[in-house]
Ligand binder design. Structure first.
Ligand code: TXA
Ligand code: MG
Length: 316
């Protein structure tokens, strides 16, 4: 879908109803969640789902997350085991995606899960996402609303910069509060961390009472973790930088007098996560090499470091 005019919809009930109408007609709508903006389509409509891949320019082997309004709808689509049920009870609505066996009669387009027998599913917490899902009344497939390989969008303006003219509408509800994509847990059969994200690993492990297995890279990419270069700004990015070199801009963390932007002056990882993609977008607009301070590898710092190392990886 190229050369359509993209409408910016106000996130009041009229705008939300209009967005639900576009989804019903097989169109594409970007909408806010607490993690990042998603690019939504009716998950039961194969043509609509195919347009997501087209608009993002995304490699077709990457399955999409579906978003639902209620736990009941999730249970009609996927088979929950005990551990998955415990995580859903504790953390939904919220920044957690569960990869579960897909019920064959769930009615989803096979393109959503890229032909896998499992589906990634989540119940978002953002009130506008919830109202949109309720108004639409069905499952919405939605990857992050950016061009493939680019920085994830945490504002409607980020979405417009990448996808304007390629999608029908953007529901604008300001900045996302978490700012990192959801954490993804699979069960094959033990609970396994497929992607670090907006819900800290420690919280998930405390809920389960056992450590998570971690996913080792395999031939078939099944979380963006396996695509080495991802979330990439145009300019080069240097990690664990202590001081700024000539010509660089610095993204700081903690007290840092030479930082051009600081993820969190007080060293708060939650604040840093919320600022990460916004600041990468701002630095990217300068088209100048970026030096990034080191970030502690605990809590949300694990997900922040994952995104930064992907942004710094050699480009394809
Ligand atoms: O926070 C989020 O999760 C955002 C918002 C919009 O909800 N969505 C998001 O979607 O980050 P996306 O498509 O950019 O990343 C979803 C990742 C995919 O890269 C895919 O590899 C993994 O989830 N995934 C989805 N279904 C899967 C499945 N059946 N098995 C393994 N991984 C799956
Ligand atoms: Mg993404």
């Amino acid at each position: 879908m190229t050369d359509v005019s993209t409408r910016i919809l106000d996130a009041q009930q009229a705008g939300i109803n209009h967005a639900a109408e576009i989804l019903r007609g097989g169109g594409l709508v970007a909408f806010p969640t607490e993690t990042v903006y998603g690019l939504g389509a009716d998950a039961r409509d194969g043509r609509a789902v195919a347009q997501i891949y087209e608009a993002k320019g995304r490699p077709a082997f990457n399955p999409l997350i579906i978003h639902v309004a209620t736990l009941e709808m999730a249970q009609e689509i996927a088979v929950f085991n005990d551990a998955a049920q415990r995580l859903a009870d504790a953390f939904w609505p919220g920044p957690l995606t569960l990869v579960l066996p897909l019920r064959p009669n769930a009615g989803l387009s096979a393109l959503v899960s890229a032909g896998l027998p499992t589906v990634g599913i989540r119940l978002p917490e953002h009130p506008v996402a919830q109202r949109l899902l309720a108004a639409f009344g069905g499952p919405v497939a939605a990857p992050s609303a950016n061009r493939s390989g680019k920085i994830s969008p945490t504002t409607a303006a980020h979405v417009a910069a990448g996808l304007s003219g390629r999608i029908d509408a953007i529901l604008d509800a300001g900045a996302c509060s978490v700012g990192l994509e959801s954490s993804i847990i699979g069960f094959d059969p033990v609970p396994t961390l497929l992607r670090t994200g907006g819900l800290p690993v420690e919280a998930i492990e405390a809920c389960l009472g056992t450590p998570l297995a971690s996913h080792t890279a395999s031939e078939t990419p099944n979380a963006p973790g396996q695509l080495t270069s991802h979330y990439a700004p145009t300019a080069a990015l240097r990690l664990n930088a202590q001081t700024k070199r000539a010509g660089e801009l610095k993204l700081g963390f903690g007290p840092d007098s030479e930082a051009d932007l600081n993820l969190s002056r007080s060293g708060d990882l939650i604040e840093a996560a919320a600022n990460l993609f916004q600041y990468l977008h701002e630095l990217d607009a300068q088209n100048t090499p970026i030096a990034v301070a080191s970030i502690p590898a605990k809590g949300l710092g694990l997900a922040i470091n994952d995104r930064l190392s992907r942004a710094a990886a050699p480009r394809p």
